[in-house]
Design a protein around this ligand. Structure first.
Ligand SMILES: *Cc1c(COP(=O)(O)O)cnc(C)c1O
Length: 365
């Protein structure tokens, strides 16, 4: 008999966990526009992130409607030109490319490093030498893996090209946050899950203040005067309630996900690899295994035969999506090779240890 093991089952705060916060909204009659719950969430989420990253002064958080908008606003804040080319990896969720294009810039797709699955300063520098009119780089956290932010700080210091981080799935795995804006997704399918939300995080207060202003019609403070271009990308008090409830559960959730990732790591043995440090130094809400080229088809056939759902979370790269197939790009040979071999396996809190054991045995073949 075939089992049916879904690849993802989101688990968000329950109605009971939300209720005390909803009652506070009833009391305050304050429903949006940086209300008391959102202010509390911004403060406590900043402390949470600060405690997980290296010390280095205050951390500032701009909560926004989603992770895609976080990237758009961070690009608009950092790029002083009206148009130009933004370098980004082809191997990412397609939201990165949408954000670049919607902010008014031309995405240019680059390859990744085989080991980390990430765009590196080395590859970006090589592209700079041959691509005119580059105005920024979006460095992406692959599936929530940590980004080498200090290396990108050195890149920006050396080249003068602003860097923005799409760390959508990496809210709990970064070990450094500096002045360059870090964009997070707090979507239902991400590790710090609030339904639909996102945030821009930085140690530079002016950057975050400006992005908060852009998220609220270009107003800066209580004056109803648009000082610069923006829109409405604010979070309501109901979203903040989700965030505060999530903060109450996140340490338990991370411990559990870490334990499950270790089971995967031990279970797959040498038959496949996880991303560097995954399960030891960091954990997120998906687990992706990189299998040998020759084993891909057989592994997926065993998954299908046993009802084990799997997913290539980034597909085969943005350049394979019809909306971006005409987008300019560099040589993408590592992306082409790695995308085929990188498989998201079932990973969520409804998964039993026995199911993980079974999935690992299918990977081992
Ligand atoms: C999830 C994700 C996004 C988009 O975040 P939303 O909150 O869904 O808009 C962007 N980039 C990457 C790499 C993601 O994983």
């Amino acid at each position: 008999m075939t089992t049916n093991i879904p690849v993802l089952v989101p688990t968000l705060p329950t109605a009971d966990a939300l209720l005390p916060y909803l009652r506070r909204i009833d009391q305050s009659n304050w429903y949006s526009n940086n209300g008391p719950l959102l202010q509390e969430f911004s403060r406590t989420f900043a402390s949470f992130l600060s405690a997980r990253t290296d010390a280095g002064g205050e951390l500032y958080v701009a909560p926004v409607v989603n992770g895609t908008i976080a990237i758009e606003l961070a690009l608009r804040q950092r790029i002083k030109h009206a148009n130009g080319v933004v370098l980004m990896p082809a191997y990412t969720f397609v939201a990165t490319a949408h954000a670049v294009a919607n902010a008014g810039f031309e995405p240019f797709l680059l390859d990744i490093e085989e080991e980390t699955l990430a765009l590196s300063p080395r590859l970006a520098k090589a592209a700079l030498a041959t691509t005119p009119n580059v105005v920024a780089v979006v460095a992406v956290s692959p599936f929530g893996g940590p980004i080498d932010i200090p290396a990108w700080e050195a890149f920006e210091a050396e080249t003068g090209i602003p860097v923005v981080f799409d760390a959508a799935a990496a809210a709990t795995s970064l070990n450094h946050i500096g002045d360059q804006p870090v964009c997070l997704s707090l979507h239902a399918t991400k590790v710090f899950a609030m339904g639909e939300a996102g945030a821009v995080v930085s140690r530079d207060e002016a950057t975050i203040k400006r992005i908060l202003g852009m998220a609220g019609f270009g107003f800066d403070g209580p004056a109803r005067t648009a000082l610069y271009r923006g829109g409405n990308y604010k979070c309501s008090e109901y979203v903040a309630a989700m965030g505060l409830a999530m903060l109450g559960d996140i340490e338990r959730k991370l411990d559990n996900l870490q334990r499950m990732t270790r089971l995967y790591k031990e279970g797959i043995g040498n038959a496949a690899r996880l991303q560097p440090g995954c399960g030891d130094n960091w954990v997120t809400i998906t687990t992706n295994v990189v299998v040998d080229d020759g084993a891909v088809d057989a592994t997926l056939a065993r998954f299908d035969a046993e009802g084990v759902q799997w997913r290539r979370w980034y597909g085969e790269g943005c350049h394979k999506q019809p909306a971006f197939e005409a987008t300019r790009r560099s040589d993408l040979s590592v992306t082409e090779r790695i995308a085929r071999r990188t498989i998201g396996v079932p990973f969520h809190e409804k998964l039993s240890d026995a199911q993980i054991g079974k999935i690992c045995s299918l990977i081992r073949g």
